[in-house]
Design a protein around this ligand. Structure first.
Ligand SMILES: [Zn+2]
Length: 255
C-alpha cells in the first residue's frame, strides 16, 4: 500500500530527468526517504491516520484482497472514533493526557470505544452520530472471530458503510469544531516535525487527496462511491507499477 512522490532535490537539479518513487504507508505519518541519486528528504502527510487506513482499504479492494480491505476499513473507523474523541475533548479544554488516559482505561474493546464516541458526540454536538449498520458489524465479527472469508462485494458494502459513517459525522464536527480540529492538526504537525531528519534536503507537507476528504467536499447529488475510488485505484496501481521505483525508507517511531 503506497503513495507516490518525486524527489524534490532531483526536481530542482535535473528537472528533465526526475524519477517517480513509491513510498509505503507507515504508522507515524512521517516519511524519510532516499531517491536513486541518494538525496534524502522528508514528507509529513497531512491526512489523519484514519484517512490513510481507509486508503489502504481501497488499495486492498483494488488488488482483490477483501479480508485485508475489511480489516483496514474497520481499523479506519476505530481510529476515527479515537481521533474524534480527541477533537471533542480538546473543544472542552480537557488536557490531552487526561483524554488519552481515559481512552486507554477502556481497554481494546470496540463496544466500549463506540459507546464513549456516541455519548461524547451527543454531549458535544447535541445530536446522535451515525453508526455502522448491525449487518456490517456482524460481518466484521464473523471474519475476525470465526474466520469467515468475505466476497469482494461484501468488502465493498462494508467499506461504503464505513465511508458514510465517517463522512456524516466528520462533516458535522468540521463545521462546528473547526478551532479544535485546527489546534489538534497544528499540535500533530509540531510532533511530526520533531521526527524528521534535520539533515534532509527538505520536508514536504503533502496530501494524498484522500477519498474521505473528496467525499466530504462533494455535493450530495454527486458524491463519489467507494466503487469509483476502487476503479480509479486499479488504474493508478497499474499505471504506477510501470513508472515508479521504490524509494528507500527509514522507519519512524509511532505517534
Ligand atoms: Zn533525488
Amino acid at each position: 500500500m503506497k503513495f507516490h512522490t518525486l524527489c524534490p532535490n532531483c526536481a530542482i537539479e535535473t528537472p528533465n530527468n526526475v524519477t517517480l518513487g513509491s513510498i509505503i504507508f507507515n504508522d507515524s505519518g512521517v516519511y524519510e526517504f532516499q531517491c536513486n541519486n541518494n538525496h534524502v528528504s522528508n514528507i509529513i502527510l497531512q491526512e489523519e491516520q484514519f484517512q490513510v487506513l481507509f486508503e489502504i482499504g481501497i488499495d486492498s479492494l483494488a488488488t482483490e484482497h477483501p479480508i485485508e480491505a475489511i480489516v483496514a476499513f474497520a481499523a479506519s473507523l476505530e481510529r476515527y472514533y479515537e481521533y474524534s474523541i480527541k477533537v471533542m475533548t480538546s473543544e472542552k479544554c480537557i488536557d490531552l493526557a487526561e483524554s488519552k488516559a481515559s481512552w486507554q482505561a477502556m481497554g481494546k474493546f470496540s463496544e466500549r470505544r463506540l459507546g464513549a464516541f456516541i455519548f461524547t458526540f451527543l454531549l458535544t454536538l447535541n445530536c446522535t452520530p451515525k453508526t455502522l449498520r448491525n449487518k456490517l458489524i456482524e460481518l466484521r465479527n464473523e471474519i475476525v472471530h470465526n474466520g469467515k472469508i468475505p466476497t469482494a462485494q461484501e468488502a465493498l458494502e462494508y467499506g461504503q458503510g464505513v465511508l458514510e459513517v465517517i463522512v456524516h459525522n466528520y462533516k458535522i464536527s468540521t463545521e462546528r469544531l473547526n478551532n479544535a480540529i485546527s489546534k489538534l492538526r497544528f499540535e500533530n504537525f509540531e510532533v511530526s516535525k520533531e521526527k524528521t531528519n534535520k539533515d534532509a534536503y527538505c520536508t514536504l507537507h503533502s496530501s494524498i487527496g484522500s477519498a474521505i476528504t473528496r467525499v466530504m467536499e462533494s455535493k450530495d447529488n454527486v458524491k463519489p462511491t467507494l466503487n469509483e475510488f476502487v476503479e480509479s485505484a486499479k488504474e493508478k496501481i497499474n499505471r504506477y507499477s510501470k513508472l515508479a521505483v521504490p524509494f528507500k525508507q527509514t522507519d519512524k517511531k509511532i505517534k
